[in-house]
Design a protein around this ligand. Structure first.
Ligand SMILES: *Cc1c(COP(=O)(O)O)cnc(C)c1O
Ligand SMILES: [Zn+2]
Length: 420
């Protein structure tokens, strides 16, 4: 390895399989063993304590030293991060838990957690002087990448399966991205996006700058520690698509421990997938070290419909090592969970969040999560992005005449004498 001395907090890109180190350039697989690359930091050069964060912006960039951007002037910031950690007393009671929190990432700038990795990836695309930025997406990354490309003035291409939620397409398109709708699955879109990024030498967030991209999601662990007063949860429940989010959350907790910002406690990391696309849960339950791809995902949780998850095996190992569980939810359970979260806590999530809450409910019912555990459930996307999923599973409004009599009759209220 040469020339890394000119770098500061980023040491290298390191192969997760064989450990070979590379210069931190626009690359993502090991030339030696084809393993995935991961950002390695120079911990000696990172000086952080709890007070360091006191006067910093309420965005993911408050953790600058732990994100892989070297030139602060290249940061593309729409304000992603530092979302509310809700204490969920009513949902906790409904589920039989004592201490439950929801990290509400449905209120990020483009209404999903994908703004976290997208802000890092867009900044990196600028650092690399990329001519165009883009991604393969199940929907939310398309909007996140498109918005950050707009802010950065970068040309943008997003590759999506043609059958995702119309709102997600409209949103990405409004930001000015070129939408490439593929007649096929996410895996087809991903393959084509990889070919395009390579052919034209572009920077695609979750493809050739993936090692940097995934780092943005660690902030979901950092913030939870800060928001719990520098304490850690006992158990976190995380939705899984490619598995990158779940692994990043685990890495975030580990980094905070390494820097002595939190105590060395055990955090169980559990994963949630829809039963119509659950390759990671299948591998976990079968105690297998292979993640068998699902060829044709079939679920209302379209943002989790990743048949061949890029970080699938990593996610299985992370769950196992942490003492967590992987579990699925059916479409009906997902819809019920969306409504439960909305009605108990006032948080309206898209089906991915429904998967997480449904799995949380199952794990409490089966005793896998004990009532005494302090649990954080990650709500990753906004319900307004996928209204068609729930439209026919909620009551239709009743139309009435514009008078009090009609109102009282419709809602079975007492008719007052003066009300004629
Ligand atoms: C992408 C996405 C996920 C899953 O993240 P991965 O890193 O692909 O595992 C979860 N929830 C929502 C809303 C998403 O858009
Ligand atoms: Zn390797």
């Amino acid at each position: 390895m040469q020339e890394v001395s000119k770098l500061n907090h980023i040491k290298s890109l390191k192969c997760k399989k064989c450990g070979r180190e590379y210069l931190p350039i626009k690359t993502y697989v090991c030339e030696e063993c084809f393993g995935p690359l991961e950002v390695a930091y120079n911990y000696n050069s990172i000086e952080l304590n709890r007070k360091s964060f006191q006067n910093r912006p309420n965005t993911v960039w408050r953790y600058f030293e732990l994100l892989p951007v070297q030139d602060k002037t290249k940061i593309v910031d729409l304000g992603a991060g530092y979302t509310i950690l809700h204490k969920c007393n009513r949902l906790a009671k409904a589920l039989g838990l004592k201490k439950l929190y929801a990290k509400d990432d449905s209120v990020n700038p483009t209404y999903s957690f994908k703004d976290r990795p997208a802000t890092v990836a867009a900044s990196k695309a600028l650092e690399f002087h990329a001519k165009a930025f883009g991604a393969a997406s199940t929907g939310n990354l398309a909007a996140a990448v498109a918005a950050h490309a707009a802010k950065a003035g970068l040309s943008c291409y997003v590759f999506i399966p043609a059958d995702i939620e119309p709102n997600k397409i409209v949103q990405a398109s409004a930001y000015g991205a070129k939408i490439v709708a593929i007649k096929g699955t996410y895996d087809d879109a991903n393959r084509l996006a990889a070919q395009a990024a390579e052919t034209y030498d572009w920077a695609f967030a979750n493809i050739n700058i993936r090692p940097y991209y995934v780092e943005g999601s660690k902030t979901l662990a950092f913030e939870v520690c800060e928001q719990l007063g520098w304490k850690t949860p006992d158990h976190v429940v995380v939705p899984i698509g490619s598995g990158a989010l779940l692994c990043a959350i685990q890495r975030g907790f580990n980094q905070f421990k390494k820097l002595n910002l939190i105590e060395d406690t055990k955090i169980r990391v559990s994963g949630a997938q829809p039963s119509g696309c659950a390759p990671v849960v299948n591998a976990f339950k079968n105690k297998s070290n292979d993640v068998t791809p699902i060829e044709y995902p079939d679920t209302i949780a379209k943002s989790l419909a990743v048949g061949d998850p890029g970080s699938g095996l990593d996610a299985v190992e992370t769950i196992r090592q942490s003492g967590g569980i992987a579990e699925t939810a059916t479409d009906t359970e997902i819809l019920d969970a969306i409504k439960l979260l909305a009605k108990t806590e006032g948080i309206f999530t898209e089906p991915a969040g429904g998967v997480t809450v449904a799995v949380l409910k199952k794990l409490v019912e089966s005793g896998e999560i004990s009532p005494d555990e302090k649990v954080v459930c990650y709500v990753t996307g906004n319900g307004l992005k996928a209204t068609e999923a729930i439209l026919h599973h909620i009551p239709e409004p009743v139309e009435i005449e514009p008078n009090l009599g009609s109102f009282a009759k419709t809602f079975n209220l007492e008719v007052k004498k003066w009300q004629k």
